[in-house]
Each structure stands twice: as C-alpha cells, then as structure tokens.
Design a protein around this ligand. Sequence first.
Ligand SMILES: Cc1cc2nc3c(=O)[nH]c(=O)nc-3n(C[C@H](O)[C@H](O)[C@H](O)COP(=O)(O)OP(=O)(O)OC[C@H]3O[C@@H](n4cnc5c(N)ncnc54)[C@H](O)[C@@H]3O)c2cc1C
Length: 446
Amino acid sequence: MSDSHNQRYDCVVLGAGLAGLYAAYLLRQSNFSVGVLEARERVGGRVLTWRTLAHLQHAELGPEFIDSNHHRVIRLAERFNLTLSTRPDFWGVSPSPPFGRKAHRAWRQFWNEVYALAAQVPDRHAPWHAPESLRMLDCVTMRAFAERLGVWAAGEPLFRRYTQNMEATEPENLSVYSVAAQEAFYGKGVHAGVYRFVDGTDSLPRALADAFCALGGDLRLSAPVDAVEQTPDGVRVYARQAGKPLTVQASYAIVALPFPVLTQLEWRPAFAPWRVDALQCAGKGAVIRTLVQFRRRFWREEPFPRVYADRADISAIWEETDLQAGESGVLSFWTGGDAARHWASLSEGARIDECLRVLEVMYPDCRAQVIAARSYDWQADPFAQHAYIHHAPGYLTEALPLLRQPEGRLHFAGDYLSLFVGYMEGALESGERAAHAVQDALRPPA
Ligand SMILES: Cc1cc2nc3c(=O)[nH]c(=O)nc-3n(C[C@H](O)[C@H](O)[C@H](O)COP(=O)(O)OP(=O)(O)OC[C@H]3O[C@@H](n4cnc5c(N)ncnc54)[C@H](O)[C@@H]3O)c2cc1C
C-alpha cells in the first residue's frame, strides 16, 4: 500500500467487496493505475467468515452457497487455487413441522404458473424489454399473484419460508415478474447451492485483494468515503484514514458501495433525481445469521428430530462444518424477512438464546454442549445496512435498467445491479461490467 496522499489514478474504486475488488483487479491487469478505498479494516464486505472458533473450525456469517452457473466464482476459485466442494454430507432442517399435502399442491401450482411466465420472457438478459402484459406483473406481488390463483391460503407457510430463506423478505414485498424473470435467467439444469469454499468464503476476497496488490494496485483499508466530486476532467474523492482527511483524484470512479449507503454520501453534483427515485425502489433484504459451536455433533446421531419447535422466526438450521474435521461442529440458524426486523431489537445474547430454545425442543440436552456463539444482524452493519436486495414491485422493469447507467464519470457496481440477484456471482458480474466500461472510456476502442 502506498503512503502517498492526494494520489491521482486512472480509476478509483469505492468499496472493497467482491464487486469493487474484481473491477479493480481487472483494470490493474490491463495496466491502468487503480486505487481502492474501503471503509472497513478488512476486504470482502458482506463476505464474513467467523474464524475465531475452537478447534480451528470456521463458519459463515455472510454468503456460503454457490450455484452451478456461478461461473465467475468458480473460475476465480480455480485461478487462485481455492478448493470448492460439493456437499456430500450436508445436514439441514426446518424447525417447523413438515407442511401438509395441500400446501405442497398449492406450491406446485404456483410454480407451474411462474414457469409458464418465465417461458414468455423474450430476453432473459434484459427482462425489462417485455410486452406490457408481462411488465404489468412487475407491479404484482408474489402474495397477490398466489391469491389470484387461489393458492395463497393453502400455501402461505411455504411461500413465507421460501421468501425468508431465499429473498430475505416476505411474499408481500416481492414482484412476481422478478421471480419469473429469475427463473428465465437461470434456465433449466442449474444446481442451486451445490458448492462451498472449503477454507471459508472469505478466501475469495482475500485472494482477489492479494492479487490486486501483487499487480501494484493501491488498497486503502479503514478509509471511509464521505464525499465525491466530479470535475471537468475527473473525479475527486474525499475520505478519511487514521483520522486524517484523504483526497484521491482519478479520471473515473467505480462506485461499488451497497445501495443503502449511496444516498448517505455527499455527491457533487447531486445524483440525478431518476437515480434517487430508482434507489428507493430497491428492497432491503433483512437477515440475521446466528452460529453456535457445539462440543459434539449430536444432530448426526439422530438426524431427523422427533419433535419440532414450530417457530416461524427461524426458517432453516444447517451444519456449517460438514466439510471440516473434528468432533465439534457448528450449526447455523437463519432468520430472514420480517422476523429479522423484529429480532433487530434483541441483543446478540438474546438472539443466541432464542436459537438455543428452538433447538432444545428438538435436541433437549444441546445447551450443555455449547462452546461459542455469534449472531450477526446485517441491517445494523453501518457499511451494509441490509443483507441483499429483493426485487420490490417496479425495481426490475423501471429501476434496474436506470441504475446500471453511469452518471458522468461515475460507473456503478454491486450485486444489486445484476440478474444474479443477491449473489456473489452478481457482484463479480457487475464489477466486470463496470471495469469494461471504464476501460473503454480510458482507452476508446480504435
Ligand atoms: C447473510 C447473507 C447470506 C448470503 N448468502 C449468499 C450465498 O449463499 N451465496 C451467494 O453467492 N451470495 C450470498 N450473499 C450475497 C453476497 O454476500 C453479496 O451478493 C456480495 O458479497 C455483495 O458484494 P458487493 O461487492 O456487491 O457488496 P459488499 O460486499 O457490501 O461490498 C461493498 C463494500 O463497500 C464498503 N463501504 C461501505 N460504505 C463505504 C464508504 N462510505 N466508503 C468506503 N467503503 C464503503 C463496504 O465496507 C464493503 O466492503 C449473502 C449475503 C448475506 C448478507
């Protein structure tokens, strides 16, 4: 890392999450001078691996699962020699008792309709270009659509569990057209959540940051950006580092910050009103992840509980350590959507206690086995302020195509700009797109 202040770069990147790091790495590979400013004392943003566990085990507080079509993640893992593994011995349950046949029939009926809609999306890479009949469904929520089909009452618990687990929200907040467009975008034959990083997800941002620095890139940690000014020939970024003001100049900027943070910074000139309006359409997905390490993996001895807790606030429990050696093991508890918002008023200790209460119903002696625990509320993280985006009504067809546009010398990246909605792959894809745009601007094609 260079000590020089008031440095001038070809491009300055705001944020060292996966989107920013990948953009910076690609630009540096093409020999452009690049500086990255990151508010935290670490890289990776929402990628957060808990590594202070006993017996050298680790577990994820942020992302974990990788789909078979996340080709950028998979390629980077290969490039940096990071092992990805499938999940041959995965263990997971929902603490609610299994839902009945009626609920499953309603669920299937809903998805058959969604698949039929997905087949009508004319361009899966630009679902906002669609006939009016489909675009109108972007104003219809998943719940309203299920009600129209007459399957809501029977299927409600399944709809809720799905949106809390996958979309970090409730069926009332999710556009049904977005659900169909995601199906169309993914296509058939994709295996969801098949891979994980054996040594922890944070090995990916760390490897990217190391590769960027090894190429001579300039990475500044603990350097929160306060203001960004566009001048006739470039961009000036005002940050702080070690309590001192830091000004960085560049020809272009890639803004790879989480969307809730964007409107809290000072932009000179101010963002166009259309960007401010579009940002308001983005849904802030809420997740609290709680991890508990136990001395023994008792859940392996009796894999399916005889009694269920019947609590809807924890929608999934699974083992984090199935790819790791040792007698001890870690369970992950997922709280998403409205339940995560309600839990936000609880202390970390109270949240851990709630998780153990639920587990005790299924495994009565579990509390005695606890070694360590941690609970992380992503809404309360000042540099994230949400877990990941959900497509609220209007976001996909109205806001997303606008938000992808540059504004002057500012280009934008981040998972909220991708059709890999709320995935690391989406962050990488958006970073790649922004890097190519800046590259073209710096070195116009001959
Ligand atoms: C609980 C949870 C579970 C998830 N599960 C999965 C999963 O299983 N699989 C998957 O693929 N994805 C998953 N995701 C999504 C994945 O984590 C994100 O899509 C991805 O990490 C987003 O990367 P990003 O670079 O767009 O944003 P971020 O990682 O948020 O990066 C933005 C960066 O900007 C920095 N920043 C903020 N404000 C400032 C400022 N003022 N100045 C400078 N820097 C600033 C932040 O500190 C951060 O480093 C999950 C996310 C969460 C929270």
